[in-house]
Design a protein around this ligand. Sequence first.
Ligand code: SDX
Length: 379
Amino acid sequence: MADLEYRPGLADVPVAESGISFIDGKRARLEYRGIAVETLAQESTFEETAWLLLKGELPNQRDLAVFDHNLRHHRRLKFRIIDLIKCLPESGHPMDALQAGVAASGMFYPGREVSNPEKNWESVVRLIAKLPTIIAAFHRLRQGNLPIEPRDDLSHAANFYYMLFEEEPSPSISRLLDACLILHAEHTMNASTFSGRVTASTLANPYTVVSSAIGTLTGPLHGGANEEVLDMLEEIGSVVKAKSWLEEAVESKKKIMGFGHRVYKVKDPRATVLQDLAENMFVETGKPEIYKLAVEIEKAALPILGPRGIYPNVDFYSGIIYQSLGISRDLFTPIFAIARVAGWLAHWLEQLKNNRIFRPEQIYIGKMDRPYLPLQNRP
Ligand code: SDX
């Protein structure tokens, strides 16, 4: 076999040509369709950013109004999906409920042939619209409450908060959540997007594509890290222990959750924006101890991990914001998913445009040409 070179984790191996987002890992730059993510987090909305990712251009007023209306119109779940969620164990993780709910939803919308652009767009709208409702329904049911009906008069982010807490978020909380969704919406060829594209390349239906991506996102090395960061900070306990804990962790080769990145070798620009959002949030409420501790961990890590290109990533500060909003820790990764579904679907459509099924190679390191030993002759 030609001189194949195995690249662990496909590091630095391009697996697609894509125009959706761009990262410069040395200059902490992230752009969605050429627009800086900081600008979108400041100026845009999740709905507008989702359109930008999906269509490649910012929407005009009419397109945005129609898209927004359709998203609001498709938030409700089939009652049999609610029944399915009712059968799930309360102790289960919301990401597993989300994956089950998404995969099952696809059974109600047959659009399994992916050659029809109109049907594909219907699936895009339904998936973006329904993921928040599935998560909120599971959360309410596991608390012993009935799901809260989505409200058509609230934005995507505000309605998600409303379905969790049965109260409308303040404008500043809506804005904060909306900015978090924008920051998590897309990130080139991360593991869950790649997983979705592999599934997309077999021409599987979009619900299955998103279900694949959700499964990949749950891992603690990927989307699950935002939950792990809070567990880690809670374990450290207090600011005075930050430096010693960090030094000991690095010494024992422990992975610091929320740190490091395959592409960024400087602080993740999203972590910077999320930290600014947290700071703004705490101006009114005062900085919680857990935030002060996170800042101390970052400070202690700088001289030790900085020279190795290991800095905070998107997951380091996001959970602190969600926790300060009263959101349960195991809902942090689902929030990542309701944002990233826009990116996953943009990659799904892009994959279909010029598809070839993914089928990479391997370097075989097993045994060869072995005889079959009858059972009675085996040691
Ligand atoms: C996300 O890909 C994306 O874009 C993902 C994401 C997105 O938006 O989709 O940005 C979202 O998943 C962010 C990452 C969330 N995960 C974590 O915070 C978990 C902790 N981080 C690490 O597990 C790690 O940094 C990864 C998984 C993020 C990246 O892994 P890589 O690129 O495979 O790096 P590696 O594990 O090979 O580490 C290279 C070196 C190793 O040291 P050596 O063996 O070479 O001496 O850096 C060290 C690692 O030990 N290292 C860390 C570290 N991350 C890397 N050391 C301590 N703490 C860390 N967090």
